[in-house]
Ligand binder design. Sequence first.
Ligand SMILES: [Zn+2]
Length: 494
Amino acid sequence: MFMGVGVSRLSMWRKALAGGLCSVLLLSAGCAVNPATGQRQFTLMTEAQEIQMGRDADPDIVAAMGLYPDESLQAYVQGLGEQLAAVAERPNLPWTFRVLDDPLINAFALPGGFIYMTRGIMAYLDSEAELVGVLGHEIGHVTARHSVSRISKAQLAQLGLGVGMILAPELQPFEGLASASLGLLFLRFSRDDERQSDALGVRYMSRLGYDPAELSGVMAMLGSVTSEEAGPRGPEWLSTHPNPENREQLILDLAARTEVARDPALVNREPYLRRLDGLIFGENPREGFFRGRVFHHPDMAFSMDFPQGWRTANSKQAVQGLSPEEDALLVLTLGEGGTPSAGLRTFLAQEGMQGGAVSQAAVNGLPAAAADFRFTSQQGTLEGRVVFVQHRGTLFRFLGYAQPAAWSARRSAVRASLESFRPLTDQRYLAVQPARLRVVTLSRSAALSWVLDQEGASHRIDEVRRLNRLEGNPPLPAGYMLKIPVGGVLPDEL
Ligand SMILES: [Zn+2]
């Protein structure tokens, strides 16, 4: 969990998008020649509207997922992206390339030229040519206007109806849950769209002098990663069939027929790997981690308990728990208002809100203000309890609620959880660090298992194989560079 900046903006964007559709329909429906494919395409959106959509959504993406805090890596990806965009069909879009602080393997594009790579996919890519290929593929979605044409195909009406949502809509009236609607931005492209973007990626990377066959290696990698590494949604790249093997072969065939602007073609494995040295790998426990039903947040120095058997999730914007019956929810976010009483007053002043008696009792020694509430909106009525707690200068809002019929059964478990918020003082937990990639250059030839023994990473051999596209226990030549995750081990249960 991290900062609740602009949490509600995603839903605002969604509303703006939905509200804007009518005027869009009236003003600009028509056919245009697609710049990348040369085919005529029915579209409802002007380029200016497309750019505006990307500009509006970009801050939401950044707030929800976070930028990876490494300016030189950001500048590197932006620089490569700009070079590629300059040889693509729509060079004058406000091309923006970002590395997001997200461990899952993903890359995606928003309309208007906004392209995102996760630090997860950066770790698994194995050369600059592969990175350029992925960027080219995403640029292809934009130049071929795939999302725009998807939206044109009346998907707008359906946006928000369950795509990527984990909760029944009646359980998400409070803004802290907008992160669930992030799924909206991962528009599903068709197989044809994906193949077309692969082909455009090959086109752009070869124009810059990179070996287009390298893009096929990305498909091989995607076929080998586990669902845990790829995340529950799966990378955009896997969101639709053609399966990776199939795409791998198609890319190789296409690459063999494509002229490359440079001889020999660029691969740049070593310079790319050098940039990955020190990259945070996997979940970052400093932003919070679960040990059973207990949540610990080292950066913000607090712990709290969730009820037994509840499903839990930690994101940049909230820590959430969902009852097994899916009829009650706990949500911890940052609070607004400065002090617990001011935060509570503002919360209870919301339209449709009816507050009960206010308690100012401290929670585990921390200044707090709490109240039961009943909230009525168009979706129905909810009952719950909210606690605002101040800890080390930060105000937290901890909210538990349920449908009225379920509230009495959940109330005591929710209250126990709300009142479990406490300072984290165990030094071992406060000091945890994420795993990072170490990039090792072999001084002499050696077997993979021998190298991992030396690095104390034998237990990570499967991960290292996937990260480096190796199989079995191959002999590695002197000078070979190997990505090895190190550290990130959590202390034992307290
Ligand atoms: Zn794609």
